[in-house]
Design a binder for this molecule. Structure first.
Ligand SMILES: Cc1ncc(C[n+]2csc(CCOP(=O)(O)OP(=O)(O)O)c2C)c(N)n1
Ligand SMILES: [Mg+2]
Length: 414
């Protein structure tokens, strides 16, 4: 008889809390980090069932002494690594200049990559130029490392007369089919399903191109993330599914979206996907794991889920102030270090680089970025100079313009 029972305690929810708040001492002691070189490298055709442990560790190549160690090391030549360092440094300089341009009112908005440069720069090297990325707003390294002209990126940021997207996208939401960079969508999560759909289409057409989907830790809470995994798993789509866990989703710490799964990579296990976790601040590790996954996709062995463990050092965007929600020194305490410094130290250790060459290269890159900026500014900035024509609004949407738009265009006199 239910009426005799003691009434149960009221129900309540569990709301995860970040360990430290502003004013507190940063603490990453709960981040378990496997020693560099300690995680095995399975064969590319490994059965996902046999490598479930890789979702709970962290694949790392560069150790604290700057040496490349273990089974994931040794894929890139000295020249390729130096080029990789240059890409990351270029992205960092590009960010610094564009952040300043935003403060000067030359663009309305900017988002930087500080701390996460290795992820997109090293990933790009693992793909073929004809493969297709479905990026978020924090993977401009795909363009920089893919040789996309910086001037075109800046023209887009300034929404000027030479903006390849004609002012139709928010600044930094680039798009370039030729460079395998699908138009960025501000609606989080959508890139993941589209990447899987594109990969399925590629297989249906008997093509050889693979796709890469990109999502942030916070955005994995979107339904699209789970729908993408279901389709990728069922049809074994030729796609690499990338989760960039930079610890924060604007002001929300990663514990909210991660839930009870332990790691973001572990989400893939329920879908039977090979799920790997990698040190996102280690250029060599990112490249090695991305190459493993790309080969798997290309050999028709199906999708791979990769979690990049990294840290968003800067603000979420120019509209954000992180001091409101995390200690100011938190990034200094991040245990995986800085991707640029780590690769630099590795190259010095290899005897192919020096602090002096680093300084020279920094100066060279700054010159290149400044001249690109000067060229872009000649085409206009947010409040000065040339703008895309109002006529552009009507172009490139319909093969045949409907009568009501033709009338509107006539009325506008463009
Ligand atoms: C569907 C949707 N919901 C909310 C937003 C607002 N929003 C923009 S960025 C962001 C945080 C995303 O965090 P994360 O996925 O971790 O990516 P990160 O910015 O850290 O790279 C939010 C909530 C959005 N753009 N789209
Ligand atoms: Mg995030």
């Amino acid at each position: 008889m239910t009426s005799d029972r003691v009434s149960p305690a009221p129900l309540r929810l569990h709301v995860p809390e970040p360990e430290v708040r502003p004013g507190g001492t940063p603490d990453f002691s709960s981040v378990k980090i496997a020693p560099a070189g300690s995680v095995r490298r399975p064969e590319v055709d490994a059965n996902p069932e046999d490598i479930r442990d890789l979702a709970y560790s962290i694949i790392r190549v560069l150790n604290r002494q700057g040496e490349a160690v273990g089974p994931w090391a040794g894929l890139l030549s000295d020249e390729e690594l130096i080029e990789g360092l240059r890409h990351m440094m270029t992205l960092r300089t590009f960010d610094a200049r564009m952040l300043m341009a935003q403060r000067q009112g030359k663009t309305s908005f900017y988002m930087q990559h500080m701390g996460e440069e290795a992820v997109s720069c090293a990933f790009r090297r693992a793909l073929q130029p004809t493969d297709m990325n479905f990026p978020t707003y924090r993977q401009a390294g795909l363009l920089i490392a893919g040789g996309y002209p910086m001037v075109d990126m800046m023209n887009q940021i300034f929404s000027n007369e030479a903006d390849p997207l004609k002012g139709r996208q928010l600044p930094i939401m680039y798009s370039s089919k030729e460079h395998g960079f699908f138009s960025i969508s501000g609606n989080l999560g959508t890139q993941f399903v589209q990447a899987v759909g594109w990969a399925m289409a590629s297989a249906i057409k008997n093509d050889t191109r693979i796709a890469a989907g990109w999502i942030g830790d916070g955005s994995t809470a979107e339904s699209d993330f789970h729908a993408a995994l279901a389709f990728a798993s069922t049809y074994r789509a030729p796609v690499v599914l990338n989760i960039v866990n930079n610890q924060w989703a604007i002001s929300t710490f990663q514990g909210i979206a991660r839930g009870g799964s332990g790691t973001f990579a572990a989400r893939g296990l329920g879908f039977g996907l090979p799920s790997l976790r990698v040190d996102g601040n280690d250029y060599l590790a990112v490249h090695a794991v991305a190459s493993w996954a790309a080969e798997r996709a290309r050999r028709n062995l199906g999708p791979t889920l990769i979690e990049y463990v990294t840290y968003r050092v800067g603000a979420h965007s120019t509209s954000d102030d992180p001091s409101a929600y995390r200690p100011k020194t938190e990034s200094d305490a991040w245990p995986l270090g800085d991707p640029v410094i780590r690769l630099k130290n590795h190259l010095i250790k290899r005897g192919v680089w020096s602090e002096e060459r680093q300084k020279q290269t920094e100066a060279e890159i700054l010159d290149t970025v400044i001249s690109a900026q000067k060229e872009a500014e000649r085409h206009g900035t947010l409040h000065a100079g040339g703008k895309p024509s109002a006529r552009d609004m009507f172009e490139g949407v319909y093969a045949e313009m409907p009568p009501h738009l033709r009338r509107q265009r006539q009325q506008a006199g463009v």
